[in-house]
Design a protein around this ligand. Structure first.
Ligand SMILES: *[C@@H]1O[C@H](CO)[C@@H](O)[C@H](O)[C@H]1NC(C)=O
Ligand SMILES: *[C@@H]1O[C@H](CO)[C@@H](O)[C@H](O)[C@H]1NC(C)=O
Ligand SMILES: *[C@@H]1O[C@H](CO)[C@@H](O)[C@H](O)[C@H]1NC(C)=O
Ligand SMILES: *[C@@H]1O[C@H](CO)[C@@H](O)[C@H](O)[C@H]1NC(C)=O
Ligand SMILES: *[C@@H]1O[C@H](CO)[C@@H](O)[C@H](O)[C@H]1NC(C)=O
Length: 419
């Protein structure tokens, strides 16, 4: 009898699972897709996930260098499937973490006993971007996949008395936290997905270039033969054991093939890749000669310079800029990665010119000042409608040039990506 009942139970579970749209198996396609949107106010990129029981849908800002998913579990938030990570969990709770108790108050995410602390970082909250919260596990839903194990994430109460500054300050309006892709954290999305499903820790971003279109982030694999993407380039992202950031090293910058001469201590092309930076930031020692060289070439192409719009260094009359292959025809920018192999990150008009006002197109790079840590921070605008695939198992970054140059493909039109 018991075994019959058991069979019945298993059968019902099977039926429930197969009839739900949300499978917990790794998709047969070989990757998990996160549709990704652009917020025109901040130029941040975000995606939607579901968390907990009942399922709470939330928008999370995509952050390559964050160590985990963290979300606002304020006093109105509760979830019956939440399990805190205990302070003595040697796998997930670093010895240096704080340990929190919630004396007597009714339990909820953010208020449990013997709970491992988690420090969230919101880089847009200047000076003190750190917020204290809890490390926990809960159910996680992507659009087509329900993660079969509880997913580890940071739960931070925006209305906790410990967090006096606005937790979500500077983030896309209506977002609830951030989604971290850090390369050296067992809590980051690609690494948790890799360990849950036993797939390669790998992801690709294809950011949209307009708020009207939807791009994609792919986890565990990529949907098209990346090998066939034209002008694809592979370059190493040197491992830095203590850092969750992604770096490539540029040796120089060229504009229409001509070297930008950087004086002083020489070229420091430590290039951080950041989806949290809207426009590429150059150290002052690079920015000044870069703008000068660009303007020289632009003038030769009869581009008419107009008064600059903050925070940009050079702007042009949009009517004086032509189009080539459907993108603004302006001097070509190359971040040279390996001169001898001819490897560079090429930036054409689609990724270098930003329409700051009607008929005003600006060189979409900003001055990071003399104190900037990295020589270059490659920002989101310079990655839109291109594919960047990060393989953490090999420390290789593969990237395409602008998809618009190839049969008018784009990140929002995946079918166009089948070259
Ligand atoms: C770019 O980011 C800065 C800093 O977060 C923000 O102030 C600015 O509004 C953003 N620019 C655009 C065009 O989104
Ligand atoms: C949160 O939900 C749990 C389980 O459903 C319940 O036991 C608890 O009392 C709730 N906490 C609050 C503060 O409502
Ligand atoms: C942590 O400690 C609690 C009680 O102090 C114990 O019940 C639990 O089993 C421990 N967990 C681990 C992972 O050691
Ligand atoms: C590319 O597609 C867009 C929208 O689908 C269209 O407006 C544009 O004219 C096309 N460009 C070329 C060069 O075909
Ligand atoms: C130059 O690069 C090194 C890493 O190679 C970095 O530590 C340093 O802060 C950089 N300095 C500047 C001014 O960019």
């Amino acid at each position: 009898m018991a075994s019959l009942f058991h069979h019945f139970l298993i059968l019902s579970i099977l039926i429930i699972f197969s009839s739900s749209q949300c499978e917990s198996q790794f998709p047969k396609s070989g990757y998990i897709t996160l549709p990704t949107k652009l917020d025109p106010e901040t130029h941040q990129y975000y995606t939607s996930i579901g968390m907990g029981t009942p399922r709470h849908n939330m928008n999370l800002v995509i952050a390559l260098d964050q160590n985990a998913l963290w979300y606002d579990c304020n006093s109105h938030y509760n979830s019956s499937s939440y399990i805190p990570v205990s302070c003595n969990d040697s796998t997930y709770c670093p010895e240096t973490s704080a340990c929190y108790n919630c004396h007597g108050a009714p339990h909820k995410p953010g208020c449990t006993d013997n709970t491992c602390g988690y420090n969230a970082v919101n880089p847009f909250v200047i000076d003190t971007p750190f917020f204290s919260g809890d490390l926990g596990q809960d159910l996680l839903y992507f659009p087509q996949v329900k993660i079969p194990r509880r997913f580890h994430s940071g739960c931070v109460e925006s209305d906790s008395p410990h967090n006096t500054l606005p937790l979500l300050g500077g983030l896309v309006k209506g977002s609830n936290g951030m989604l971290g892709f850090g390369r050296n954290s067992q809590l980051s999305l690609p690494i948790q997905v890799s360990s849950i499903y036993n797939v390669i820790p790998k992801f690709a971003i294809c950011l949209p270039s307009s708020e009207k279109s939807i791009g994609n982030v792919f986890i565990g694999g990529t949907p098209y033969a990346l090998n066939s993407v034209p002008n694809r380039v592979a370059f190493s992202i040197p491992a830095a054991p203590d850092s969750n950031e992604y770096f490539i090293n540029a040796n120089s910058i060229k504009i229409d093939g001509e070297l930008v001469h950087v004086s002083g201590k020489g070229f420091n092309g430590t290039t951080k890749i950041s989806t949290m930076t809207n426009f590429t930031v150059l150290h002052s020692s690079i920015f000044k000669p870069f703008v000068k060289e660009f303007v020289k070439h632009a003038t030769a192409m009869k581009m008419k310079r107009v008064r600059a719009v903050e925070p940009f260094g050079a702007c042009f009359d949009g009517k004086s800029i032509g189009k080539k292959n459907g993108v603004p025809d302006v001097p070509r920018v190359n971040l040279v990665l390996d001169e001898s192999q001819g490897v560079s990150y090429e930036i054409n008009g689609h990724n270098s010119m930003f329409a700051a006002k009607k008929d005003v197109m600006c060189l979409a790079f900003v001055d990071g000042g003399k104190e900037a840590k990295a020589g270059i921070v490659l920002g989101g605008y310079q990655m839109e409608d291109r594919i960047l695939e990060f393989d953490l198992s090999t420390s290789i970054l593969r990237f395409s040039d602008s998809l618009l140059l190839h049969n008018n493909a784009s990140c929002s039109n995946p079918s166009s990506l089948n070259f």
